[in-house]
Write a protein that binds this ligand. Structure first.
Ligand code: IMP
Ligand code: MG
Length: 220
């Protein structure tokens, strides 16, 4: 069983997702919008985000985009399912777990959804790893956390289909070159840098320092 080191606690995720939801609520107040969840990874973030959006009428839809084999990004993402909602002339927000190289969101938004004639399309991501970007065609309007180049799991994110159900975002310890404790201060210091719309500076607790064993979380 792998050891997972917590980077962003459940509580911090909730707080920040609430802030992103507030920004969306202000920007789309009184409107009907279509929120599109990129499966499978974005589902927990999508549900938490939608739950906190107030004063906006939301139609939810889901789309599957395959882009990763284990920890390697695929430069030619595949759209696996269609959406069932007609988004013509609609305001659309695409909700994704993480933007990494940027290829998946570029393919989905620019090659696929834009062709369906929406009034607007914006992107909301839980995490951004800007140091990995290869494709600069997408800039998410709503970003909860900016993280360094680490392979993260939890809150929907998987490593070969494992760890999606963890309620926090963490790193598989064995994937780190050096012990996380040496790096954690630097990593925490870099977290939460807003891209465009995120509102208050992030207060990160040091809860992450302790490290948590995944099997304890799963109750095994
Ligand atoms: P991109 O096309 O490289 O931007 O990849 C985006 C997709 O890769 C995300 O939707 C995730 O499914 C996956 N991904 C990227 N980085 C990570 C990570 O650190 N952990 C888990 N999945 C990741
Ligand atoms: Mg994904």
């Amino acid at each position: 069983m792998e050891e997972i080191v917590e980077l962003i606690s459940e509580e911090t995720l909730k707080k920040r997702i609430g802030e992103a939801a507030k920004a969306i609520s202000e920007d789309y107040q009184g409107k009907d919008i279509v929120m599109i969840c990129v499966l499978k990874g974005a589902k927990p973030f999508f549900e938490s985000l939608c739950e906190e959006i107030k004063g906006v009428s939301i139609t939810k839809d889901y789309i599957k985009v395959s882009s990763y084999t284990k920890t390697e990004s695929n430069r030619e993402p595949v759209i696996g399912t269609n959406i069932s909602t007609d988004i013509s002339k609609k305001d659309v927000i695409v909700v994704e777990d993480i933007i990494d190289t940027g290829h998946s969101l570029d393919t989905l938004v620019n090659n696929y959804l834009a062709g369906k004639g929406p009034n607007s399309i914006e992107v909301a991501v839980m995490l951004d790893k800007p140091s990995r970007r290869e494709n600069h065609n997408i800039t998410p309007k709503y970003t909860c956390f900016t993280i360094p180049n680490l392979f993260v799991v939890g809150k929907g994110l998987d490593f070969d289909e494992e760890y999606r159900e963890l309620p926090f975002v963490g790193v598989v310890k064995s994937s780190l070159e050096r012990p996380i404790d040496e790096d954690i201060e630097g990593i925490i210091a870099q977290l939460g840098t807003p891209i465009r719309r995120v509102i208050k500076p992030l207060e990160l607790t040091k809860q992450g320092k302790s490290g948590i064993i995944a099997k304890q979380i799963k109750g095994e």
